[in-house]
Ligand binder design. Sequence first.
Ligand SMILES: [Zn+2]
Length: 380
Amino acid sequence: MSREILIFDTTLRDGEQSPGCSMDFNEKMEMADMLDSMGVDIIEAGFPAASEGDFKSVESVASRAKNAIVAGLCRAVEGDIRAVADAVKPAKRGRIHTFISTSPLHRKYKLQKTEDEVLDLIKYSVGLSRQLCDDVEWSAEDATRTEDDYLCKSVETAIASGATTVNIPDTVGYSTPEDYYRMIDMLKNRVPNIDKAVISTHCHNDLGLAVANSIAGVRAGAGQIECTVNGIGERAGNASVEEIVMAFKTRSDVYPFTTNIISEKLFPASQLLSSITGVNVQPNKAIVGANAFAHESGIHQDGILKNVMTYEIMTPESVGQSESNLVLGKHSGRNAFRARLKSLGIELADNALNDAFHKFKALADEKKTITDEDLKKLAS
Ligand SMILES: [Zn+2]
């Protein structure tokens, strides 16, 4: 039996905090519509207390979202909490997402508060949020560097105060899959009221482990993953939605989890975000990179032409990329060369083909990639 995992997208909040990725009002609306139509369960639309512009965009996403729950983020401060409650009011389903740091480092230096004072703030902020909204998420900022006992106490307090989702962020991207599994598993086993809330993951990618950590959290019992399109977010970014969705789809044999995401929209969503922000993903980015379904080596190209399964574990169409791309370069072989000519409407007899192929190899030594124009010249 597979378990359905909620996708909480924070492209418009955490993602927007990445350098170079800020979006104006219209761009946010365009992105929000895409997220809503691709099947995201919860859209975190911004931080309403941050600015008037942020308030407005959360409010507008709340009024236009057809399917998704719309969330806004706030500190454990009355003004912040009320701002989110007001901003998400037009939503069919709104969520207040409030957070406070729980780690000793943050308690001492950032908050300058004792353990008990932080527990009181959890009670207060979650309690107030719950009076204003039925759907309340509470986050333990820097959870992965918090003492086990104190984290358990904090989570128990948040749930007792009315939190319906408890988020366990790896704020600084320090966790490993083993650490993160152990932490979620511990909460499952030690917090007495844990069954009354959904456990959520929020992993940063400082060590390139955000997706692996999120999946480890889900295996241990988490029911929601926080992630972003293209993995954008603070510093090295967040877990990337496209990698999570396709890991579950492609390896359902070992990951018995499903999501509501329409995977064919992953590439269009990635393209839309890149065009809005002007920040492209690296060509070798999994799932949505320009080279994710490109093959240059002759051996691979020959295999692909005979049966795509030889070198592809999923189809480009399943993520919304148009088709496998056989890149013609110096590693390419005769079969790919012939296939490309054929697709250009050029069919050569064996001798002429040999001749053209030799010219192609010589040209490929000079140029990195060979264009269709180059090929037409070679064949004529
Ligand atoms: Zn974050």
